[in-house]
Design a protein around this ligand. Structure first.
Ligand SMILES: Cc1ncc(C[n+]2csc(CCOP(=O)(O)OP(=O)(O)O)c2C)c(N)n1
Ligand SMILES: [Mg+2]
Length: 293
């Protein structure tokens, strides 16, 4: 695959993210694709802290902090305001966590997409409310330990399945919907470039591994991101002009290869890992069917 990642850095050093933060790589790659003429809205989430304290910022583009539920509304207003000033060439994007997207911000997101604003909503998915101490979100996967789904005598880990927001956006027929992850940066960059070229609402969900929240060695972020795709736990797909396209990895691995690297799944018994495998296989088959229909 040719190297397509722009050299220009719009995310600078001096940020406050944890070592190995997947969400930080997500921002870095997204901004490289979106370019200097971008305006970013960030709701309450880790990324509201990562750029640093005012008047310092680790981003070379203008950014506005919004309340937790308001990323969708904020990018709608930003877009309309910039257009009114003749600045149609600016890319307006939200950069929001999974809690701010799958849970509290879902209505604002859905409404912004429905109104058809020319915006890109990026959901960086670290699969829990990390900034406030690893609470479960709708996007936390089945089986995961979090501080609100603790593993104790009752083995009360998360029993519900992940709510996949990209699937909801497809159901809403958003013109461009994609999933991506930082272990496949060229693919991510290509998807941001396509999103940028389409006038209208776009949505990209980026799996962004989190060392403290997923409980793994911070050197393994890219490895875990790749494993998520190779085990089919986090399929990469694109939805455009009403058509779904699923990326088929050259090699596929059992889900245990992905789960076993992460402390948040350490409590799962063998039969529970098999359950996860079954659910992953079923979802994969259903995606392939949707691709053919
Ligand atoms: C209305 C409201 N409720 C709760 C909070 C506290 N809060 C700030 S960030 C956050 C978690 C955000 O989780 P997510 O969107 O997944 O982003 P992450 O922290 O994982 O990057 C919460 C609960 C808030 N700021 N506003
Ligand atoms: Mg999160």
């Amino acid at each position: 695959m040719p190297l397509t990642i722009p050299r220009e850095e719009l995310m600078l050093q001096g940020h406050t993210a944890c070592a190995g933060c997947g969400a930080t790589l997500s921002m870095r790659y997204v901004l490289k694709g979106a370019g200097e003429k971008s305006a970013v809205a960030i709701p309450a989430c880790c990324w509201a802290v990562i750029p640093g304290e005012f008047p310092y910022t680790a981003l070379k583009v203008p950014l506005i902090y919004t309340t937790f539920a308001s990323a969708g509304a904020s990018i709608s207003g930003l877009r309309e305001g910039l257009d009114a000033q003749g600045k149609e060439d600016y890319t307006v994007l939200a950069f929001a966590g999974d809690g701010g997207t799958a849970d509290i911000g879902l209505q604002g997101l859905s409404a912004a997409m429905e109104r058809g604003h020319n915006v890109l909503y990026v959901m960086y998915d670290n699969e829990a409310y990390m900034n406030t101490g690893i609470q479960r979100s709708g996007s936390t996967p089945y089986g995961a330990w979090t501080t609100t789904t603790p593993v104790g005598s009752k083995r009360d880990y998360k029993r519900e399945n992940k709510k996949v927001v990209a699937d909801l956006m497809i159901a809403q027929n958003v013109p461009y919907v994609a999933t991506a992850t930082i272990g496949f940066p060229e693919d991510l960059e290509r998807k941001v470039a396509i999103a940028k070229s389409i006038k209208g609402p776009k949505f990209i969900q980026i799996l962004s591994p989190c060392p403290p929240g997923w409980y793994y060695n911070s050197a393994d972020t890219v490895k875990i991101s790749k494993l998520a795709v190779e085990t089919k736990v986090f399929p990469l797909y694109e939805y455009r002009d009403g058509k779904l396209k699923v990326y088929k990895p050259a090699k596929t691995l059992p889900v245990s290869e992905y789960l076993s690297l992460q402390g948040r799944f350490a409590h799962l018994r063998e039969d529970e890992v098999e359950e996860v495998q079954k659910a992953v296989d079923e979802r994969w088959e259903s995606l392939l069917k949707k691709e053919q229909s």
